[in-house]
Design a binder for this molecule. Structure first.
Ligand code: 8YV
Length: 313
């Protein structure tokens, strides 16, 4: 007999096929409410294949009497109330490691694209400006620039490893010093920001990291500084960042994450010293397929009573 699960948001065919072959799949589309589901579905659902960045707290968990498992599609689980899930004996899993390369690739891509003005330069050609008005404005060099990585987890380390061959110093902020290839440890983000040209945020989300990059760090980064955020919108004080960009307290920013996704603060849209990405750092076909497989493997392990592959609690 097929067990019942609830998927959130939209899944690709390569995920829905295997999920539907194994389970009775109910879905809560973007903006959907639990009350849209039939009472029979609510009574039968035993696990969530969770996706997206909406809050998943006590109210939703309590609505499903048989819920025992939340398999998150993503490494970050800051929107899931894991403490509450644990208190109810609900297991939570995520998808670490499989997306590290993609997130690091995008972070480094944002450094280069923003420093060299690649998006604006492409527009310059498409709009006929190259032929009409000549060369595009000059960019900023990347090779040799010193980089500060805020949070040296798996992704932060992968970013540092990619940027090391560019020849600049690598600095990192973390609570304790870690084994690195000659990188400089800082216990204070503001101190680190003073020492570097480019600040790249790769912290985990959640209550402990809210606003960790704030007004002082942005001032310390200074008018030639570039801020890149590939973590969560909450880790950077967004008001302070907007102000810093509007007043050229820093030179530029490149962001894949925002406080209020996808309805981001409209002040971002009028700035010309920003590169915007729609939270797509793990968004490659190759990686999304592996993330979906890991999510399904965790679900299968749960239903088989086996050890979970990548447990959070
Ligand atoms: C999203 C992410 O999960 O892994 C994370 O923490 O933020 C992303 O990979 C993905 O965009 C699906 O929502």
């Amino acid at each position: 007999m097929k067990r019942h699960i609830l998927t959130f948001e939209t899944y690709d065919d390569w995920d829905t096929g295997p999920l539907e072959a194994t389970y009775v799949v109910h879905n809560l589309p973007h903006g959907g409410e639990v009350s849209d589901l039939s009472s029979e579905a609510i009574a039968n659902i035993e696990a969530f294949a969770f996706k997206g960045h909406n809050k998943l707290g006590a109210e939703t968990m309590n609505a499903f009497p048989k819920l025992g498992m939340i398999a998150n599609y993503g490494v970050g689980y800051d929107t899931i109330d894991v403490a509450y899930a644990s208190s109810k004996g609900i297991r939570v899993t995520n998808t670490p490691d499989v997306l590290t390369d993609d997130v690091a690739d995008l972070a480094v891509g944002m450094v280069i694209a923003q420093s060299r003005g690649m998006v604006g330069a492409s527009e310059w050609i498409k709009s006929g400006n190259w032929a009409k008005n000549g060369a595009y404005q000059l960019g900023n060099k990347v090779t040799g620039k010193s980089v500060g990585i805020v949070g040296l987890g798996r992704i932060g380390r992968a970013v540092g490893e990619r940027l090391q061959p560019f020849g600049g110093e690598i600095h990192y902020y973390s609570r304790s010093a870690k084994g690195t290839n000659g990188w400089t440890h800082h216990e204070d983000i503001v101190e680190m920001a003073k020492a570097v040209d480019i600040l790249i945020v790769t912290l985990s989300g959640g209550p402990d990291t809210i606003g960790m990059v704030g007004v002082d760090a942005l001032k310390a980064l200074g008018p030639e500084g570039l801020l890149v955020n590939a973590s969560r919108g909450t880790t950077v004080d967004e008001e302070a960042l907007l102000e810093a960009l509007e007043t050229s307290t820093i030179r530029a920013a490149a962001l894949d994450v925002f406080e209020n996704e996808p309805n981001i603060n409209p002040r971002f849209l009028t700035l010309n010293n920003i590169l915007l990405q729609p939270h797509q750092s793990s968004g490659t076909t190759e990686t999304r397929k592996v993330m979906g497989q890991l999510q399904r493997d965790n679900l299968a392990a749960y239903f088989a009573g086996k050890e979970l592959l990548t447990p959070v609690n």
